[in-house]
Design a protein around this ligand. Structure first.
Ligand SMILES: [Zn+2]
Ligand SMILES: [Zn+2]
Length: 337
């Protein structure tokens, strides 16, 4: 089967691998659509902390069940999306119902080979049968679920004013699910076009130019009270460090970003606000199901932020252009041909 391998940072190659055979408890999925994620781009760029090479990238996946191993109940032919986080089921996080931050987590396409290929065999628990959502939209569920999880972490309600830092795909998920939770939502980004898009497409309530005086703009937008929740989706150390000084007293900060360096902040600023600082890693089945429900009833939009698509056979020729700064890619989707 055709497989695209990231051999080392900056190098992807097409290889011919054997089609996998599903083992007991596994499902062989014929891949239909692959969402390209910041994680894939960072892995290709060599600046993702959890990667080793060579690696088959791709963790935002949808497809059709092609065959099954022993003891599997999922019917052959079912349309599925894949939850790419494989958890151990035994560690303290798993026992406490937080499989998304399992201490032994293996993410498909990160810690083990992913879905930039024609077929992938995964545990049955990693597939969710879903009717009535297109394969391209199903490949975007994971990305949206990350944002939905961040919103759940902060327990956002209609009483909140949420500032989402970074209007990329994860930020777009975070701002959509903050709106769905009833909050007033402000987005901040360095690119004006992205902010305009979020106003027009998702009806957010305000925007902040991240290159300008952010504190002054927030003061103006919130009558001097500042956002009660800040969700960082930038992967930018300065943005992350700026959150504490721009937060309402009693507010919550959610770091969805993961960066390679330490971050520092001023403790008196942290303390006087009684700041709640939350990490947000991956997503849970509950988040995925919330996303699917919101896609089905129209409260969430998926395809709207897909700026680029390609056929699988064109991916190698296209990938370099997509990862270039200034490419205009918000979200790209690869369709199997
Ligand atoms: Zn992703
Ligand atoms: Zn675990």
């Amino acid at each position: 089967m055709r497989t695209i391998v990231c051999v080392e940072p900056g190098v992807i190659e097409s290889k011919d691998f054997d089609k996998p055979v599903p083992q007991a408890g596994e499902v062989l999925v014929k891949i239909k659509s692959i969402g390209i994620c910041g994680t894939d781009i960072h892995a290709y760029g060599g600046n993702q902390p959890f990667f080793s090479y060579p690696r088959v990238l791709g963790h935002e996946l949808s497809g059709v069940v092609e065959s099954v191993g022993e003891g599997v109940n999922t019917p052959i032919g079912s349309p599925v999306y894949i939850i790419p986080y494989l958890n151990c089921g035994e560690c303290i996080a798993c026992r406490n119902n937080k499989p998304n931050c399992c201490s032994d987590i293996e993410v498909i396409g990160v810690h083990r080979d992913g879905g930039m290929c024609e077929y992938i065999s995964v545990p049955e628990s990693a597939v969710v049968v879903t009717e009535g959502v297109s394969f391209n939209d199903m490949a975007l569920i994971e990305c949206l679920a990350i944002g939905a999880h961040a919103v759940k972490r902060a327990q956002i309600t209609e009483n909140d004013t949420v500032l989402v830092l970074g209007a990329g795909p994860i930020g777009i998920g975070a701002l959509q699910f903050s709106k769905i939770a009833g909050a007033k939502v402000i987005a901040s980004d360095v690119m004006k076009e992205k902010l305009e898009f979020c106003v027009n497409e998702y009806g957010i309530d305000g925007t902040v130019d991240a290159l300008g005086d952010v504190t002054a703009q927030l003061k103006e937008l919130t009558n001097g009270e500042f956002p009660t929740v800040i969700i960082d989706c930038t992967g930018n150390v300065k943005a992350m460090e700026s959150t504490i000084g721009n937060l309402a007293h009693g507010g919550r900060i959610v770091f969805v970003s993961v960066i390679k360096s330490p971050i520092t902040f001023d403790d008196p600023e942290f303390h006087k606000r009684e700041t709640t600082l939350l990490g947000s890693r991956n997503a849970t089945l509950e988040d995925f199901e919330h996303v699917v429900q919101c896609l089905k009833d129209g409260r969430a939009k998926s395809g709207s932020f897909v700026t680029h698509t390609a056929k699988f056979s064109e991916l190698i020729a296209t990938f370099d252009d997509w990862v270039k700064p200034g490419s205009g890619v918000i979200k790209a989707v690869v369709e199997m041909d």
